[in-house]
Design a protein around this ligand. Sequence first.
Ligand SMILES: Nc1ncnc2c1ncn2[C@@H]1O[C@H](COP(=O)(O)OP(=O)(O)O)[C@@H](O)[C@H]1O
Ligand SMILES: Cc1cn([C@H]2C[C@H](O)[C@@H](COP(=O)(O)OP(=O)(O)O)O2)c(=O)[nH]c1=O
Length: 207
Amino acid sequence: MTRGRFITLEGGEGVGKSTNLQFIQDLLAQKQIDVLLTREPGGTELAEKIRHLLLEKHREAITPQAELLLVFAARAQHVQQVILPALTQGKWVLSDRFTDATYAYQGGGRNMDNRLIGWLEETVQGELRPDLTLLLDAPVEIGLLRAQQRGKPDRFESEQLDFFERVRQAYLARARQNPQRYAIIDAAMPLAEVQTQISRAIDALVS
Ligand SMILES: Nc1ncnc2c1ncn2[C@@H]1O[C@H](COP(=O)(O)OP(=O)(O)O)[C@@H](O)[C@H]1O
Ligand SMILES: Cc1cn([C@H]2C[C@H](O)[C@@H](COP(=O)(O)OP(=O)(O)O)O2)c(=O)[nH]c1=O
């Protein structure tokens, strides 16, 4: 059986990832492609518990090292229990965030060494990399304004502007380093235009 394709959706806070997840599933369904929707951190029972640890605010500060290891602990479960089995069965997988988010948030945001992230990536994922990464890119202020409409900020959403600026720049740098699998989508545009750009990237992958 042919292995399924692995698509990831990335971007800073409030750029429209959740809004466009269902849209992409519908696009693929129109092409008779069955896709499993999942997210990171999370995607398994244990990984969702780790997600809570990462997003909740604690009295004790989480060190950048602990944060990085928690992200990869969740990913190890997600990859082995959900992503690889689905791809092997020929299903496509669409994940709301994956390892590019670690390069952006822990690498860019928290200044963790990219070589360490690369080493963890190899250990946890082996050869697994996304076939297509849709980067929803918008100026930080626009994303944060949109995210604020959702209510109480989580631990990451409570960071300062310069943190989100570093996250955005790290994403754009990753996209430049991996142009063959990245599609940069201008997420500051109205939703209809964003979705036209997404459709184009999906069509290029399917054909
Ligand atoms: N292109 C767009 N233009 C205007 N508002 C948008 C657009 N895309 C999403 N939104 C709105 O912005 C908010 C955040 O979107 P959401 O999909 O939750 O972002 P994310 O999952 O990336 O954090 C929601 O209220 C959503 O309706
Ligand atoms: C996957 C991943 C997410 N994160 C962070 C980014 C987000 O702030 C948070 C949760 O992701 P998500 O639910 O996608 O956030 P939002 O919908 O608010 O944009 O986890 C990391 O710091 N590293 C990672 O590797």
